[in-house]
Design a protein around this ligand. Structure first.
Ligand SMILES: [Zn+2]
Ligand SMILES: [Zn+2]
Length: 436
């Protein structure tokens, strides 16, 4: 008797049959009441198991609990702060993809970020274009993670950075997948469509792989460093570009984010990935002005560090408030080493200052500059041991009296007294304002 009861608990279908079949059970009210809850329990357990496996498949970054996620798993997009460059991690249902991997000194930082998120493999990797600020850290990522599909254009570049990536791919036996406009790929409950490059250009930035990612009601556009030429091609392709979030092309350069493209996307939110005090003056005032006029909410890695947005298919939740500084970047490198139009500061923002003091009079703009930062003595050779302030968030290091230090969050400051080489060996890059 005891045995029979036990086996009935394990296999409730025979129990049902028994209930249907015989009047035996009808007579045994005690057993019947015992059966009913078992049946219910079994059903409940089944439902719970489904819910539990859904919950387990959520990326660990989950910021908010919502009740509307019964259909879609949460999507998380991490605009990782890699200084001057791009690296975007996207996760959904335990699947992950990475768009670009910052500059050469950022590989390990991105590796750590991914590992902290519990990621061991990448379903997709997109190398938007072979510029160092996009594929610099990619050799580390390709080496450390199993990468299933690696998107690259056919454009090769005669740089050590590009060769490092190709060598690592060869070592790992990886093959590149060419982007085909219109092709769609699933990432968990999300899906992305290749939208560019729609035409081949002889300019690297304008060959950037561009995608639209969709998840429930939300859409996200990524265009790498595409400039006006590729933006026009994207518009001409006829693919609907409207989106909730636009990852601003080319770090907020005035050569990208044309009004035509912004009109086509009509974003609610934009994210700019660039370094504090970068030498190009990204984001440019023109870009910020256009975004401001469109009443767009702007997030920026130079001010806010890594930015994470989570999406349950309807609602977007950001890990920080939008920036309200509308502060354009300030070109900070000697103009001799800068390219074309990038060194022309725009004075539309009254509050901006110029970090041109290291340009030593070679810059025509120097005299219009309002130099905020203190005069910094730049030693020709760094003494053996110097105190530097490292920014644990941006990965840059400064002299203690650099204006960049004043703008730094206390929690990101790390004072070290050591040699310059040692700080660099630890993965930090010298600030371009104080040039330590
Ligand atoms: Zn580029
Ligand atoms: Zn770039």
């Amino acid at each position: 008797m005891k045995l029979r009861k036990k086996s009935k608990k394990r296999i409730w279908i025979p129990v049902l049959l028994l209930i249907l079949f015989c009047g035996i059970c009808a007579g045994r009210s005690k057993e019947q009441t015992a059966d009913a809850p078992i049946k219910e329990q079994t059903q409940n357990v089944e439902v719970k198991t489904e819910a539990a496996s859904d919950a387990e498949s959520f990326p660990t970054v989950s910021v908010s609990e919502t009740s509307e996620t019964d259909v879609l798993s949460e999507l998380a997009i991490h605009f990782i702060d890699v200084g001057q460059g791009d690296a975007t991690l996207i996760t959904c249902n335990n699947e992950a993809m990475l768009i670009d991997a910052g500059d050469n000194d950022q590989g390990t930082k991105i590796q750590n970020y991914l590992q902290k998120e519990g990621i061991s493999e990448l379903k997709y990797v997109i190398c938007t274009h072979p510029d160092a600020d996009h594929i610099g850290g990619m050799d580390v990522i390709l080496y450390k993670f199993d990468c299933e599909t690696i998107f690259m254009t056919e454009e090769a570049k005669d740089t050590a950075t590009y060769r490092d990536v190709m060598d690592t791919m060869a070592k790992k036996g990886c093959k590149a997948t060419l982007p085909v406009v219109g092709n769609k790929y699933a990432l968990g409950d999300a899906e992305f469509t290749i939208i560019g490059p729609a035409e081949i250009s002889d300019d690297s930035n304008n060959n950037s792989i561009a995608i639209i990612l969709t998840h429930g009601q939300n859409r996200f556009v990524f265009t790498g460093d595409a400039e006006e030429e590729e933006e026009q091609a994207l518009i001409n392709s006829g693919i609907p570009l409207d989106a909730d979030v636009y990852k601003v092309g080319h770090h907020g350069s005035r050569t990208s984010s044309s009004e035509d493209l912004l009109d086509a996307i009509s974003p609610t939110y934009v994210v700019i990935s660039c370094a504090e005090g970068n030498s190009y003056g990204h984001p440019h005032a023109e870009t910020l002005n256009t975004l401001r006029a469109m009443d767009v909410m702007v997030f920026r890695t130079d001010e806010q560090g890594s930015i994470v947005v989570t999406d349950n298919g309807t609602e977007l939740i950001w890990n920080c408030s939008p920036s309200d500084t509308w502060q354009a970047g300030e070109p900070t490198e000697p103009s001799a080493t800068r390219s074309e139009d990038e060194n022309k500061p725009t004075m539309s923002s009254a509050t901006r200052s110029e970090g041109e003091n290291t340009a030593v009079s070679s810059s025509m703009e120097a005299e219009e500059s309002v130099v905020e930062m203190p005069d910094v003595e730049i030693p020709v050779e760094a003494p053996a041991n110097v105190t530097y302030i490292c920014n644990t968030n941006t990965g840059k290091f400064h002299y203690p009296n650099c204006s960049g230090v004043d703008q730094m969050k206390e929690s990101n400051k790390l004072a070290v007294t050591t040699t310059r080489d040692e700080v660099i060996a630890q993965g930090y890059v010298p600030c371009k304002r104080c040039n330590p």
